[in-house]
Each structure stands twice: as C-alpha cells, then as structure tokens.
Design a binder for this molecule. Structure first.
Ligand SMILES: NC(=O)c1ccc[n+]([C@@H]2O[C@H](COP(=O)([O-])OP(=O)(O)OC[C@H]3O[C@@H](n4cnc5c(N)ncnc54)[C@H](OP(=O)(O)O)[C@@H]3O)[C@@H](O)[C@H]2O)c1
Length: 253
C-alpha cells in the first residue's frame, strides 16, 4: 500500500523523545520530510534530525514549548517558510503534571496549578491545528493526528486534569472533522495505552509495569513503534476516508 508520504512535510510536536521520536522515524522511513519539535531537549532533537536527514534538508528540529505561545507560532512559520507548508500534523507534545502528593485531595489542587496545566496542554494544541489547516485547505489535502491517552477513555486515579485535557481532543476532532472534511483534511485521535518509552521504563516501578502487562490481552505493553504504526496509517494517504475517529493502541485493553 502506498502511503503517498514521499516528499510530504510532517510536523511532529514533542518529537525529540519517546513516542514522538518513533513517529518521526516512521515518517522519515516513508520518505517524508520531518520537522520534530523539542522544548528542552535540543541536543536530542538535533541528533535525531541529523539521523533522519537534516543534512539533505529532509529533517529539522524546531523549538516548540506549549507554555510559550510565540514558539507555537514560530515553529509552524519556520516549517512553512522552509518547506512550503505542513501536510501532516501529529500533535504529540505534552506537558506532564506533577504527581499529586500521597493524601493530597483532588479538591485541594490549587486553581493556579490545574488551570495552567489545562491551558498549556489544550490551547496550544488547538492553536497549532489552526495554524496548519489554512495551508492544508489551500492544497486540498491534510492529515491531523492528535495523541490522546487511555486515561481519557478509562480514567486513572489522580489524573483528572490530564484526563480532561486529553478527552477534550476527542470532542475537538469530532467537530473539526465536519469543518475540514470536504477540503480533503482528515483528523483523528490515537489513544496509546501505557507505552514502554524510556520515561516509563525508567520512571515507573517494575511491579506496576508487570501488573499492567498481565492485564493486557497481548501480554505486553505497547512500544513507541506500535503507536507510530497507527499514527502513520491515519496520517497518510493509506487513510482515505476515516475521520473524527479514535484508535486505541493498548494491546487490546
Ligand atoms: N508513554 C505513555 O505511556 C503514554 C500513554 C498514553 C499517552 N501518551 C501520550 O503520548 C504522547 C508522548 O508521550 P511520551 O511518553 O512519548 O512523552 P515523553 O517521552 O516525555 O516526550 C514528551 C515530548 O514532549 C515534549 N515536551 C515536554 N514538555 C513540553 C512542553 N511543555 N511543551 C512542548 N513540548 C514538551 C518533550 O520535549 P523535551 O524533552 O525537549 O522537553 C518530548 O519531545 C503524549 O501526548 C502523552 O500524553 C503517552
């Protein structure tokens, strides 16, 4: 199946590590030009961009911080000026919330903390979509993949605000699909389950990973590459008429 990604331009936010890096590699392997964003990991991002072909202008690393609106604008502008536009947007960047202290109650989380968390995760993602849609409409082709989380579908103790930010993406995609569908633009959501990124492998206690594995029909956690495969399909010409949908990549959970 031809995904028709050769020469297409792809913007992967949060592409400097984890799932985003796997997505960037997957698009590059299909011949797309990939812009991957970082917030603090500039060196990692530059290294990955070199691996993916920065030397022949097939990849670039761009700074993009959800908490700094001007970087959202400048990241899209940089890609547009250099490569003529963004054909595929994968909105993957996330600002992680600090875990609540043991015993800290939901109702005691300060408004300043959770409002800032929602503002940072949701508004910049929607703004990024606004910025790329204009060019997609003009070219009558575009693919948008929003990375959500199993937490939006199943819930998870202590993750109310993360769940709120992620589940908003689902409603957003359902409605945006109507606005852009007749212009050749398809917008979908991918929901990873717990995924074996470096952050998860080093930060999550092994007992929790083992418990999660036992609860998974396929008997293993998803890899970043598993998630990238789903994104690649939805964010390519192989996806010809699926929009407003959510695809879960969680080994059957
Ligand atoms: N891993 C999982 O188990 C899992 C499960 C469900 C859903 N997800 C979702 O999958 C996506 C990727 O997660 P991951 O586990 O791969 O995360 P990760 O390894 O921590 O990578 C996060 C990426 O986002 C960037 N980033 C962090 N804070 C940012 C900010 N404030 N503004 C802009 N960029 C920022 C990071 O850049 P720097 O490193 O340069 O700061 C990095 O490129 C997220 O949307 C997450 O919610 C992950």
């Amino acid at each position: 199946m031809d995904m028709e990604l050769k020469g297409r331009t792809v913007l992967v936010t949060g592409g400097s590590s984890g799932i985003g890096a796997a997505i960037a590699r997957a698009y590059a392997a299909e011949g797309a030009r990939v812009a991957l964003t970082y917030r603090s990991g500039g060196e990692d991002a530059e290294r990955l961009a070199r691996e993916l072909g920065a030397g022949r202008d097939a990849a670039m690393a761009v700074r993009y911080s959800l908490a700094e609106p001007h970087t959202v604008e400048s990241a899209v502008a940089t890609v547009t000026e250099r490569w003529g536009g963004v054909d595929v947007l994968v909105a993957n960047a996330v600002r992680w919330a600090p875990r609540r202290a043991p015993g800290e109650r939901f109702e005691d989380v300060a408004a300043g903390d959770w409002r800032g968390f929602l503002d940072d995760n949701l508004a910049p993602t929607l703004r990024t979509v606004q910025l790329v849609v204009d060019g997609m409409r003009a070219r009558s082709w575009g693919r948008i993949v929003l990375i959500s989380s199993h937490v939006a579908l199943d819930g998870h103790r202590g993750q109310e605000f993360y769940g709120a930010a992620k589940s908003a993406l689902h409603g957003f995609a359902r409605s945006l699909a109507w606005d852009v569908g007749c212009d050749g633009i398809l917008v979908n959501v991918v929901c990873p389950g717990l995924t074996a990124t470096e952050r998860v492998l080093t930060g999550l206690p092994v007992e929790i990973r083992e418990r999660e594995t036992l609860l998974t029909p396929t008997g293993r956690l998803s890899s970043p590459q598993d998630v990238a495969g789903a994104v690649l399909f939805l964010g390519s010409a192989a996806n010809s008429n699926t929009t407003g949908q959510t695809l879960t990549v969680a080994g059957g959970r």
